[in-house]
Design a protein around this ligand. Structure first.
Ligand SMILES: [Cu+2]
Length: 103
């Protein structure tokens, strides 16, 4: 019985681990999506993107508004820029968590 308890505990810990890491680092290995900047709204920390498929959000290509995790991310981009970005749903809002210039 002791072994069973230990196995169950280990399984529970293993299952909880990815979520814990995810919450702590905010750096999960998210796939990058293609995007083109349509509008930068620094005051509201919002970004309008025309984006390609976002696999981790199961979202097809479209134009939509995202929250951004950090307003500083908006300082280096402007409308018309081609970017690659990662996004996830945070507190119910689609949020851009990283941006890099498209090659
Ligand atoms: Cu979308």
């Amino acid at each position: 019985m002791k072994n069973l308890t230990r196995t169950l505990l280990a399984t529970a810990l293993a299952a909880a681990m990815p979520l814990t890491l995810h919450a702590q680092t905010g750096q999960p290995a998210l796939p990058m999506a293609e995007g083109e900047v349509r509008k930068v709204d620094l005051d509201n920390k919002k970004l309008t993107l025309r984006h390609g498929e976002i696999k981790n959000l199961d979202m097809p290509s479209m134009t939509m508004v995202f929250q951004v995790k950090d307003a500083a991310m908006l300082g280096k981009i402007k409308a018309g820029d081609k970017i690659r970005f990662s996004a996830e749903k945070i507190d119910g809002a689609f949020t851009v968590t990283s941006i890099e210039a498209a090659k």
